[in-house]
Design a binder for this molecule. Structure first.
Ligand SMILES: [Cu+2]
Length: 68
């Protein structure tokens, strides 16, 4: 389980883009988005570096969440 802070994620559209970016590297990934906290919790076999790179490419740079 990976929890990331995505500061640029501000609405449902962003959440959709973030979800698709994660699922583009792992179609079976479970993506849980908290828009208010601007965090995304991901259950995936992919490594966090891979996930963060995919989000970066999608335009949503992510950082490891302190609460994760
Ligand atoms: Cu948005």
């Amino acid at each position: 389980m990976i929890t990331l802070k995505v500061p640029d994620m501000t609405c449902g559209h962003c959440a959709g883009v973030v979800t698709k970016a994660v699922q583009s590297i792992d179609a079976a990934a479970r993506v849980d988005i908290d828009l208010k906290a601007q965090t995304v919790t991901i259950e995936t076999k992919a490594g966090s570096a891979t996930v963060m790179r995919a989000l970066d490419i999608a335009g949503y740079p992510a950082a490891p969440s302190v609460s994760g």
